[in-house]
Design a protein around this ligand. Sequence first.
Ligand SMILES: [Zn+2]
Ligand SMILES: [Zn+2]
Length: 233
Amino acid sequence: MINFLKNIFELWFPQSCVVCNTQVMQYAKYPLCSHCEQKLYPIIEPSCKKCGRPLISEQDLCMECRRKCYEFTRLVPIFQYRTQIHSVLIAYKGKGIQTLVYYFAKCIYDRLCVLAWNVYPLVPVPPRKGKIKHHGWDQVALLANVLEKNYRILILRILYRNKPGVEQKKLDRMNRTTLIHGQFSIITTKKSLPGTIVLFDDVVTTGATINECARVLKKHGCSTIYALAVAID
Ligand SMILES: [Zn+2]
Ligand SMILES: [Zn+2]
């Protein structure tokens, strides 16, 4: 009976793939056809041991990470932003196709398990205030909710923004780092935070936001801070 109703529903409201626009398989949780999903290649080895960007000729660390010091131990982005994943992220973040959360949650959970980070609490990076106003919802928070509910990942919602952030894309790399300093605080009723946590964001650009969040968490007693992102630009 339920299947029958589902069939009727899909006849009335067919979903189409957000990449190629063909109709997706019945009962699909998210609007991505299997053909396009298989073509969403994650970053593969060799990648930078610090920021996770793909490496071409370098070893262990990319050129950028050789010059920089970070507060976090390691950042792992799953995808490179400017690849096929771009249109899926645009559909999720820009066009508000929220059912894509199930695709991203699956990718994140699988990667957490491969890294053996699924045992640590996840700390979502809070959005800029203007972002919520613009989109009407928080893409990272929705992902965190699904990871908590469907995959039993412990989520610690302890980070918040002190003041509205400046749109990062409009700033050059140097300005980003200085402006982001002091933007985050911790709200918690716990006396001490866990020693190891995993910061979590959707798209990372310079890593300045992740680094600042890690700095604040360290000040509150976290010693090992990993970071996971859907994509790196
Ligand atoms: Zn497709
Ligand atoms: Zn790097």
